[in-house]
Design a protein around this ligand. Structure first.
Ligand SMILES: [Zn+2]
Length: 264
């Protein structure tokens, strides 16, 4: 079991299940299963629908009742500039990992001398920004929300790749393996999922508005691993082509291409 799963399992055990309906940029609503813990409502383990910590201005969502939520992933960060602050609750080692993740992403998202996405320390006049804050596990909103939007990081085991994954959510990215066309590329084995409560992690996003135009990317930092939430010795996601999945080392070439395309 990897650390990402440990966090998610922990959340599933501690949290309360909620149904939520979710629509993308005013499109038709679809149902998602969420779990609420520590004042944060998440789906697929780490994507925040609502939080009692920050005060995102744009979406409407309520914790404790069926949430109605409009994903603001269509609302990009203007000019690709993503101001950020690091809360005092974040440990020094985690701060160092956040800096590594940010520098790595800024480097990757510079092409031909043009900075397509620029994560930079927030100034006094920045109203909309990402706030790295100590939470339970790693989680992030999807897309720009307006106001201070948190990226939760745990207080130990700093992993720059995991932080990049959460920043990608904040830029507007979903999980690669939930693409509507994923069955062409990976075989999902629900019988190998350890517990029924973990199956929402594999639900496909059905809204056509969220289909990424780029090719399916086994190497994406947003793809889950073969053994995600699997019973011991089994696999839940088997690539149709014999390729590794679930890396958390850095942005893949197709991740970079997709983000640059989205922010061009
Ligand atoms: Zn994620």
């Amino acid at each position: 079991m990897n650390e990402e799963e440990l966090h998610a399992l922990d959340l599933y055990e501690r949290g309360t299940w909620r149904g939520a309906s979710l629509s993308y940029a005013g499109g038709p609503a679809f149902a998602v299963n969420c779990v609420e813990y520590d004042g944060v409502l998440v789906f697929e383990g780490d994507m925040i629908l609502a939080s009692s910590r920050g005060e995102p201005a744009a979406p409407t969502a309520e914790i404790g009742v069926e949430a109605i939520f409009t994903l603001q992933a269509g609302a990009k960060w203007p000019n690709g500039i993503v101001p950020y602050k690091i809360d005092g609750s974040v440990t020094e080692t985690m701060k160092a990992a956040i800096e590594i993740a940010i520098n790595g992403m800024n480097l990757s998202l510079n092409k031909g001398g043009k900075q397509y996405v620029n994560l930079q320390a927030a100034g006094a006049s920045d109203h909309d920004y990402v706030l790295f804050v100590k939470g339970t596990g790693y989680s992030s909103f999807v897309g720009k929300q307006g106001g201070a939007q948190e990226i939760n990081v745990p207080d130990n085991s700093p992993k720059p790749g995991k932080i990049m994954h959460e920043i990608c959510h904040a830029l507007g990215m979903f999980h690669e393996h939930t693409r509507p066309d994923r069955d062409t590329y990976v075989t999902y084995h629900p019988e190998n999922v350890r517990d029924d409560s973990l199956k929402p992690n594999f639900e496909k996003v059905t809204d056509p508005n969220v289909i990424k135009p780029a090719a399916y990317d086994y190497g994406s930092i947003m793809h889950y691993s073969k053994v995600a939430f699997a019973k011991t010795g089994t696999e839940t996601l088997v690539p149709v082509q014999d390729k590794p999945i679930g890396q958390r080392d850095g942005l893949s070439p197709i991740d970079i291409e997709g983000i640059i395309d989205f922010y061009s």
